[in-house]
Design a protein around this ligand. Structure first.
Ligand code: NAI
Length: 340
């Protein structure tokens, strides 16, 4: 790539929120980067890919669609690189990417602690009902019925996926005095200092809280469904801050209705792309499954905000620029997506 083309490098950012613009513009100014960025608040799909016309690269987030059709459309328009502002890449067709010879890199770790802290915030909120207490007290209602929780100290927490975020979550929960169990086909040696690795069935049977931190791949889709819910300890809490499709939502609703599952905290939802990251407060929400979930007093939903800290957003912007620089210079990039 020539110096002139470097200076005219153009990036189309999809699903861009005001905070993306803020942190990317800060990073761009700090680096004096000549890259031009077109910010589009719309998500990338086959209908919006045309917005990247004339761009060299696209920058995408968790719910942008990068299937074969979209990648081919982008490639046909001259796009040669995909920069993910996230760790998960289950939305990218790796086979099509390789066939088209496109560069794609992600941000594998921006702040594992940010997501872990959010998972624990959800556990504490759901257990001690602080979200309900907040509203009650503002209405002058100081009654405690319905706010009963359990003491976290001494409980068993099961961490499914003991990678960066799972490890950070285990560290916090061990600090609360929980007994920590882990399950991972590739166990991390660092986990040994925090807890015990066990088969998934043992983890499910023994844990008062099960927290999911594994990636979404074919083997983990609906990892929590009718069968696995049936193996969980009666009344346990399930936490998912990883990817929505790890959980079969219909099965979870049945388990909540039968009271087999004691509580559910989710920051991700299988059909979240139609809802999350947008203000739908004046819309009729057509997703009845989601609607049912929000009727349970023992369900807490947040809209994929685990990553949402100043530190993490700063890191995402910085690493994305590093990935772009790697691609421009043709150097080796540690964050390139793995082969299919
Ligand atoms: P990581 O790659 O460090 O760890 C994932 C771990 O899951 C690895 O140790 C892997 O061996 C393990 N694993 C793979 N298959 C498994 C299985 N079948 N059962 C149990 N464990 C399995 O990834 P990291 O950074 O900890 O992220 C985990 C997930 O968190 C990401 O895949 C992403 O989906 C999600 N995430 C959510 C965010 C949010 O804002 N809510 C933000 C960032 C990531």
């Amino acid at each position: 790539m020539t110096t002139a083309s470097l200076q005219t490098l153009r990036l189309a950012m999809f699903s861009a929120q005001p905070y993306d613009r803020r942190f990317f513009e800060e990073a761009r100014a700090a680096r004096r980067s000549p890259v031009a960025i077109d910010y589009h608040d719309t998500a990338l799909d086959i209908g919006t890919a045309v917005l990247a016309q004339g761009c060299d690269a696209v920058c995408v987030f968790v719910n942008d669609v990068l299937d074969a059709a979209v990648l081919e459309r982008l490639h046909g328009q001259g796009v040669r690189a995909v920069l993910l502002r996230c760790a998960g890449f289950n939305n990218v067709d790796l086979v099509a990417l390789a066939r088209l010879g496109m560069f794609a890199a992600r941000v594998p770790a921006y702040s594992p602690e940010a997501v872990a802290e959010h998972a624990v915030a959800m556990i504490l909120t759901l257990n001690r009902h602080t979200h309900r207490a907040f509203n009650r007290v503002r209405e002058g209602n100081f009654a405690l019925d319905g706010l009963l929780g359990f003491t976290l100290h001494g409980k068993t927490a099961g961490i499914v996926g003991t990678g960066k975020i799972g490890l950070a979550t285990a560290r916090i929960l061990a600090g609360f005095g929980c007994r920590v169990l882990g399950h991972d086909p590739y166990p991390s040696p660092a986990f040994a200092a925090l807890g015990t690795m066990v088969p998934l069935d043992d983890l499910l049977a023994q844990s008062d809280i099960v927290s999911l931190h594994c990636p979404l791949v074919d083997a983990t889709r609906h990892l929590i469904g009718h069968a696995t819910l049936g193996r969980m300890k009666e009344g346990a809490m399930l936490v998912n801050t990883s990817r929505g499709a790890l959980v079969d939502t219909a099965a979870v609703i049945e388990a909540l209705k039968s009271r087999r599952l004691g509580a559910l905290a989710i920051d991700v939802y299988e059909q979240e792309s139609a809802l999350f990251f947008r203000d739908h407060s004046s819309d009729i929400i057509a997703d009845d499954v989601f609607g049912r979930l929000t009727t349970f007093p023992n369900v807490l939903v947040t809209g994929h905000q685990g990553f949402f800290t100043i530190e993490a957003l700063r890191e995402i912007a910085a690493i994305t620029f590093d990935n772009l620089d790697c691609w421009r210079s043709g150097g080796a990039c540690a964050n390139v997506l793995p082969a299919a």
